[in-house]
Design a protein around this ligand. Structure first.
Ligand SMILES: [Zn+2]
Length: 433
């Protein structure tokens, strides 16, 4: 498939490159050209051997092309529990509403339920998800079948999965197809024994691989770890050698200066999940402190039972809004920085180094935002508009690996969406009976 986008405003997300009007050319799954119309003519003169016949030419009507958002932390199949478990204390939420239902879910259920999340990602301009759930093989099948990019980590803990399985996921999912990859990780310190974590550390060393987990999401989790080991989870994981090859953590709401020193030294990423942290009353992450310490921040929605929507526009607004109120400083965390978190930093955290910006040689993971909606008018500053007034209603096209998977409200994932919804209702009826 060869697609030419023309007459577009283009935000490449490369450092110091302003928005300009021009074209993006896609051949197969790759971007081959990004530039002005005039630069496009020069490109053709310089490449006389390259015959460019387009399957489709799209007049973008001065709407915006930019890299897709990267949802850097989620549990997709928890769509099942959306709005079934709300307004409860975190421990009740987990122990009475989430764990009993999860215990009944099969791999096949997870395959189908993940697809509802994938539809929501597409309509929210998300082109890749950093996923953690119970059955990585069926999750990988679901994402591959929908043509959606997925990086998984494991939720291994004392009660489910195992270090042997973790290694099997790592070796079997990586390199199997173009949409899926797998990174080493565990659920969290408070659900894993020291022995299990030591075994994981051996794996990170064997594969010289980064390591991820839910870390310091709540104050009590952090305090309990200090009581157990005399260290915060970050300090404890680091003492076991788990971060010797980098990685990062989801949430990281309750960190101190020493945690941040370790994070900086080990090159760790923070994935912040402001919607989930608000709804579960976990706290407000110290985003300004991370930025000041030079620690890269990416953004995730967390799962649809704790958020409950998978919408990067809402998360972006919350990242900057909460930082402003936490610091009582309206200049905290600039919108442009937030946009970088939602795209470039997410891609790097997930190891998707060829999905970060729009440039030749990068994967064609591109979205188009409609600027001709009232919430984008007048066009004073597009980047600020995206973060402060943008919403899903502005997403008119989502392309992943050169294939348009969502366009003007219609999905193209090889399956009828009514069938996906019906399947979810069927699973819901069975598991909640
Ligand atoms: Zn999570």
């Amino acid at each position: 498939m060869r697609t030419r986008f023309f007459n577009a405003r283009i935000l490449t997300m490369e450092p110091d490159r302003e928005i300009f009007v021009g074209e993006v050319w896609v051949v197969k799954d790759e971007i081959i050209f990004v530039g002005t119309e005039e630069e496009g003519r020069s490109y053709c003169n310089d490449h006389p051997d390259q015959i460019l016949i387009w399957d489709r030419e799209i007049d973008c009507k001065k709407n915006l092309l930019m890299p897709g958002f990267k949802n850097a932390h989620t549990h997709s199949a928890m769509t099942l529990m959306r709005s079934k478990a709300d307004d409860l204390p975190l421990s009740d939420w987990l122990n009475t509403q989430i764990f009993p239902i999860e215990a009944k879910m099969t791999g096949e259920d997870i395959y189908h339920l993940s697809k509802i999340a994938i539809l929501e990602y597409l309509s929210s301009g998300i082109t890749a998800a950093f996923e953690m759930y119970l059955t990585p093989f069926t999750v990988a099948d679901s994402f591959r079948d929908c043509g959606f990019r997925c990086v998984q980590t494991s939720c291994v803990n004392n009660f489910s999965q195992s270090v042997e399985l973790l290694e099997k996921y790592y070796t079997d999912i990586n390199g199997k197809d173009e949409f899926n990859s797998f990174i080493l990780g565990v659920h969290a310190e408070y659900t894993c024994s020291k022995e299990l974590l030591e075994e994981c550390a051996k794996l990170t060393h064997k594969y010289k691989a980064p390591f991820w987990a839910h870390i310091q999401e709540t104050e009590s989790e952090t305090k309990e770890c200090i009581e157990r080991y005399g260290m915060t989870p970050i300090e404890f994981f680091d003492s076991l050698g788990l971060f010797d090859y980098g990685g990062g953590g989801y949430h990281l709401v309750w960190t101190n200066d020493h945690d941040r020193e370790i994070m900086k030294k080990r090159g760790l990423y923070v994935v912040t999940n402001p919607g989930s942290n608000l709804k579960l009353a976990s706290g407000i992450a110290p985003i300004k402190e991370y930025l000041e310490a030079g620690i890269p921040v990416a953004i995730g929605t967390d799962g649809p039972a704790s958020n409950n929507c998978l919408d990067m526009f809402r998360e972006m607004f919350l990242v900057t809004g909460l930082a402003k109120v936490k610091n009582m400083d309206a200049s905290s965390v600039d919108a442009k920085e937030v946009l970088k978190m939602a795209t470039v930093n997410g891609a790097k955290a997930m190891g998707l180094n060829d999905c970060d910006v729009l440039a030749p040689g990068k994967k064609a993971d591109i979205i188009m935002l409609d600027l001709m909606r009232p919430n984008m008018q007048p066009i004073n500053n597009i980047e600020k508009n995206i973060v402060y007034s943008g919403s899903k209603e502005n997403v008119i096209m989502t392309m992943i690996g050169g294939v348009i998977r969502y366009e003007n409200g219609k999905f193209n994932i090889g399956e009828d969406i009514d069938a996906i919804y019906a399947k979810a209702e069927e699973i819901k009826a069975r598991l909640y009976s």
